[in-house]
Design a protein around this ligand. Structure first.
Ligand SMILES: N[C@@H](CCC(=O)N[C@@H](CS)C(=O)NCC(=O)O)C(=O)O
Length: 231
């Protein structure tokens, strides 16, 4: 029996939408990308993600919608045939989920403050970010191209923000956090990830992402300031 139609509600230039798209493509699942205007959210998005009202949202036939990028990646891995995206060993599985959560929480927060604030808060966050990147780099298996070993898997997908979007945000903010001198293995991985044939099919053009996100700079700064105020 063929799978029911898969639709992905997304938007241009989003790292979290990329996670869902690359998972679908690695599995070889055909899907329709419905591009949302986040300034004018559709009824479809509000209906299917009433809790957060954010993309990505995966629609698989007439099943209830699946929200949250990493939840979508896990769902896609389990619901469809094709190469596995998760380590089968329970410890490796749990470890990959730990580092993905670290990326989205501690690491993501320190990066955001390092990119969009200034003064002491910025300097402390930049130090923390670099230390966090060192921890993440330490998860790369020696002699392997990807966090998943010889092939891209869940953790590579979770960390794709570092591979492509980090450079975009560095360019917009003028702050440099990831360098070959300090994180050579992570930079090598980023090149491998973005050069991968399947990734290239769904990674948005860098210059277009810079152009699309630059007008949001003031918003990013205000979000980072609020984060520092709540610390
Ligand atoms: N934790 C969520 C984050 C989703 C998210 O922040 N999506 C952004 C696009 S990059 C969005 O829809 N923003 C619209 C809004 O905040 O109103 C995930 O991983 O899916």
């Amino acid at each position: 029996m063929s799978d029911p139609a898969v639709k992905l509600i997304g938007c241009f230039g989003s790292p979290v939408v990329h996670r869902a798209e690359v998972a679908l493509r690695l599995k070889g699942v055909p899907y329709e990308l419905i591009t949302e205007d986040l300034n004018n959210k559709s009824e479809l998005l509000l209906k299917h993600n009433p809790v957060h009202q954010k993309v990505p949202v995966l629609l698989h036939g007439d099943r209830p919608a699946i929200c949250e990028s990493l939840v979508i990646v896990e769902y896609v891995n389990e619901a469809f045939d094709g190469p596995t995206l998760m380590p089968s060993d329970p410890l490796a599985h749990a470890t990959a989920r730990f580092w993905a959560s670290f990326m989205d929480n501690e690491c993501g927060e320190s990066m955001w403050v390092a990119l969009w604030t200034d003064g002491k808060a910025q300097a402390a966050a930049a130090r923390e970010t670099k230390a966090n990147l060192t921890l993440i780099e330490g998860q790369l298996p020696k002699g392997k191209r990807f966090f998943g070993g010889d092939a891209i898997n869940y953790l590579d997908i979770a960390l794709s923000w570092i591979a492509h979007w980090m450079g975009v945000f560095e360019e917009i903010s003028g702050v440099r956090l990831l360098t070959k001198e300090e994180h050579p293995a992570l930079c090598r991985w980023a090149c491998e990830y973005t050069a991968d044939e399947t990734v290239r099919q769904c990674i948005p053009d860098r210059d277009r992402v810079v152009a699309a996100l630059t007008p949001r700079k003031e918003l990013y700064i205000s979000i980072a300031k609020a984060m520092v105020a709540h610390e």
